[in-house]
Design a protein around this ligand. Structure first.
Ligand code: HAM
Length: 416
């Protein structure tokens, strides 16, 4: 065949869909329990929205965005993440003017052009949470607790939560200056990306994977030493709430998020066994983003996780896939004349919510019985000459092999 799937993408085949569905359903249930409601935004937006929100210096904007021009020459981009679209919708519907709390969750594909590897795709699926409307540290802890509850319900054990505070805009400026002073003597030896980061976003130097740049990290100044009083208190309150909610965490001042909109709390969930792509979820506070995108100054906090990495992590812990659902009943019609009666039963049962399988390509009784067994249905409904005459089909229990004549109501009662 001449057509291959695009690099960095994959098909979710039916045999894997049950696992995906289980994880998605669990996320929905947990999010709803915490009072979050689903929001769905477009898969593409004006490229400027992402450039403005993720930040010009972020990898996402510099190298990873799928940009395209439409027929009128406007530049759009496939969304690399979900927060910008949610904030755009929030401001566009004037919810910033109403004030109050907005609690959103979303599920959907995101797109980043990066070198594909285990756990890193060009189209990947995120689940996310955005809380908009309060700077209260309780909400930082709430979104984290929600994620921990979701992972616990899936049965995931080997995961650690790392938290940090990147401070407000003013603390960031002070910290950036401290970092520049520290890296200045090594500037010429830094990798080209870091030389650029030095200028535009020095904290991203801490996140570099190049070994020389990494070797400088351990003695670099810590953001936590550059927090002002309010930011220090906020971070300490977040930790108090986490403690009181029984959430275990480690403070790691090296947590630098790859997107530029974060203020104060930043966090990641790490599964060591995943290797290079070990972050299964990440997020934090973004108090400046809503006003930066033209809305009224409104604080917010959220996170997103990647389904692919989560499924890999579950697999590594031997948390098995979920079996596909088998049909409840397989309908067998012996002879052409029984077809009408068979179809009546098939149609009525499906309308009454029963999963029915049927295969008109199989004609002999033997072939149909074999197909019924192969379908793993619990029952077979057999319609032959006698059943046609009495208008009562035969129900066969494929586990016990017992069979009996039934009318429609009796059949439905048994199947339900
Ligand atoms: P992010 O850290 O860029 O944050 O992505 C969140 C998660 O998406 C990562 O932890 C990872 O599990 C998954 N992910 C990211 N890129 C890929 C990829 N190429 N392949 C597979 N999985 C990937 C955000 O996107 C922010 N919007 C999170 C947020 C929400 N912050 C506040 N609110």
């Amino acid at each position: 065949m001449n057509y291959k799937i695009p690099r960095g993408t994959y098909d979710i085949m039916p045999k894997d869909s049950a696992r995906w569905q289980h994880v998605i359903d669990t996320f929905r249930l947990v999010a709803q329990r915490f009072g979050y409601e689903e929001i769905t935004t477009p898969i593409f937006e004006l490229a400027g929205l992402f450039e403005r929100s993720s930040g010009e210096s972020s990898d996402v904007v510099q190298k990873e965005m799928y940009r395209f021009a439409d027929q009128k020459g406007r530049t759009f981009a496939l969304r690399p993440e979900g927060t910008a679209g949610v904030v755009r919708a929030y401001v566009e519907k004037s919810l910033d003017r109403l004030g109050g709390r907005s609690k959103y969750y979303y599920i959907g594909p995101m797109f980043r052009y990066d070198r594909p590897q285990a756990g890193r795709y060009r189209q990947f699926y995120q689940y996310g949470i955005e809380f908009i409307g309060s700077n209260h540290p309780y909400y930082d802890a709430e979104v984290i607790a929600l994620e921990m509850q979701f992972l616990a319900e899936l049965g995931l054990k080997n995961v650690s939560l790392e938290i940090n505070s990147v401070g407000c805009a003013q603390c960031s400026l002070d910290y950036d200056e401290a970092l520049r002073a520290y890296y200045q003597p090594h500037l010429a030896e830094l990798c080209p990306d870091c030389q650029n980061r030095f200028e535009v976003r020095p904290r991203r130097l801490l996140d570099c994977k190049v070994s020389f740049c990494q070797s400088l990290r351990k003695d670099a100044p810590s953001q936590l030493d550059y927090l002002d009083q309010d930011c220090k208190e906020h971070f300490s309150e977040v930790q108090n709430y986490l403690d009181q909610m029984g959430v275990k965490y480690r403070v790691n001042p090296a947590i630098v998020r790859g997107l530029d909109y974060y203020t104060n709390t930043a966090f990641e969930l790490i599964v060591d066994a995943l290797g290079a792509q070990d972050s299964i979820a990440g997020g934090g506070r973004y108090n400046g983003l809503i006003s930066q995108l033209g809305g009224k100054d409104t604080p917010a906090v959220g996170f997103a996780g990647g389904f692919e990495r989560l499924l890999l992590a579950l697999e590594l812990e031997g948390i098995a896939g979920y079996e596909p659902v088998n049909p409840t009943i397989y309908v067998i019609g012996i002879g052409e004349e029984t077809r009408l009666m068979a179809l009546e039963y098939i149609t009525k049962l499906r309308q009454d919510g029963i999963y029915v399988d049927y295969n008109p390509d199989k004609s002999s009784f033997k072939a149909q019985m074999k197909a019924a067994d192969a379908s793993k249905a619990r029952y077979a409904l057999i319609i032959g000459e006698d059943e046609l005459a009495s208008k009562l089909p035969t129900l066969k229990d494929l586990e016990s092999s017992q069979q009996r004549s039934v009318d429609y109501q009796q059949l439905l009662d048994i199947l339900q």
